[in-house]
Design a protein around this ligand. Structure first.
Ligand code: PMV
Length: 323
């Protein structure tokens, strides 16, 4: 029996992924770019069990829901097909993020699962291959294979859609949790509805492809200001496209908008900070590391505030063979 343990961190996109052009292969409508964090890791152990009749999945020490287990089984099926194996597995996963911290545990979760499962089933995959594999579990997981800043090339087939590192300015992220509750509409459903009903969806996809080019150039030039400006406008464009759905979806609440206002106040005082938000009410602010503490102080009244930085890509911790 082979057992492998891997660890991965979530990432926050500066140019967002929102919409698929191929649901089966999980190819995105446009590329995206993110920072992998140094906090809130997921640690996952995959143990093959040749005598088991089915896969088992525990999350935080308790049996996962049927829906969560189904996603993991579907992912393991892909790995088994590649490894030409029929062995079932026991998957045990632990998230360091407090439940409802507003951080996508799907990114760290599927990145850690991809690395641990590939090792347990003895697949010889490089980092780009693992990024492609993680993509099949959750789009944002594609980027958690990369340390620090990573660009996910949209690609036009399985082989060309993966993430790789990109140089950029140093930055901190200030995570402002305004509402620790679960989001009401999943990103999967939100993306489907935006693509199907938002009149702004084509504009979102076109402008994101352009923003990604501009963002890559700003990163390579080490231009923090331009990186921040593109980050904030890309996030607001995503939410504008989402809010124009039918029936509408609003992930941002008034408390979220108040953080965007507070960030604008900081800029008026010459502290450069820029806000972004994923498919939920919590806001992530980017700042130069030297300004992070001042930004966090200014935002303290808006919710739980935590400063994080760039972290490692998903990696294997141990593999073990036992009888
Ligand atoms: O792949 P998912 O289901 O975690 O979707 C990610 C969607 C956003 O977090 C809103 C954007 C992104 O690029 O991470």
């Amino acid at each position: 029996m082979t057992t492998a343990t891997a660890r991965a961190h979530p990432n926050i996109a500066l140019v967002k992924y929102w919409g698929k052009r191929d649901e089966q292969l999980m190819l995105p409508a446009a590329g995206s770019l993110s920072l992998t964090l140094d906090a809130y890791a997921t640690t996952t152990t995959v143990s093959l069990d040749a005598s088991a009749a089915e896969d088992r999945f525990t999350l935080g020490g308790t049996t996962a829901t049927a829906g969560q287990t189904e996603q993991v089984v579907r992912f393991l099926d892909l790995v088994r097909a590649r490894a030409d194996s029929s062995a079932h597995a026991v998957v045990d996963s632990h998230n360091e993020a407090p439940t409802g911290a507003g951080l996508a545990s799907s990114a760290s979760g599927f990145a850690a699962l991809a690395v641990a499962a590939a090792a347990a089933y003895d697949l010889d995959l490089d980092r780009a291959d693992l990024s492609r594999l993680a993509r099949r579990g959750s789009g944002s997981a594609t980027r958690s294979l990369v340390a620090g800043l990573g660009i996910w090339h949209a690609g036009d087939d399985d082989a060309s859609s993966f993430a790789e590192p990109i140089e950029g300015p140093e930055m901190s992220m200030i995570i402002v949790t305004v509402d620790p509750g679960q989001k009401k509409v999943s990103s999967r459903e939100g993306m489907r509805r935006t693509a199907a009903t938002s009149p702004y969806y084509p504009g979102w996809v076109d402008s994101t492809a352009r923003s990604l080019e501009e963002m890559s150039a700003a990163c390579r030039a080490g231009d923090f200001t331009r990186v921040g400006e593109i980050t904030e406008s890309n996030a607001l464009r995503m939410h504008a496209a989402i809010e124009a759905c039918e029936p509408p979806i609003r992930y941002l609440r008034s408390a979220s908008v108040a953080v965007f206002d507070a960030v604008e106040q900081l800029r008026a005082r010459s502290i450069e900070a820029y806000a972004t938000a994923d498919a939920g009410p919590n806001v992530v602010v980017i700042a130069r590391p030297a300004d992070a503490a001042a930004v966090a102080d200014h935002l303290a009244g808006h919710g739980d505030v935590r400063i994080v930085g760039a972290g490692p890509g998903a990696h294997l911790i141990t593999t073990e063979e036992s009888a």
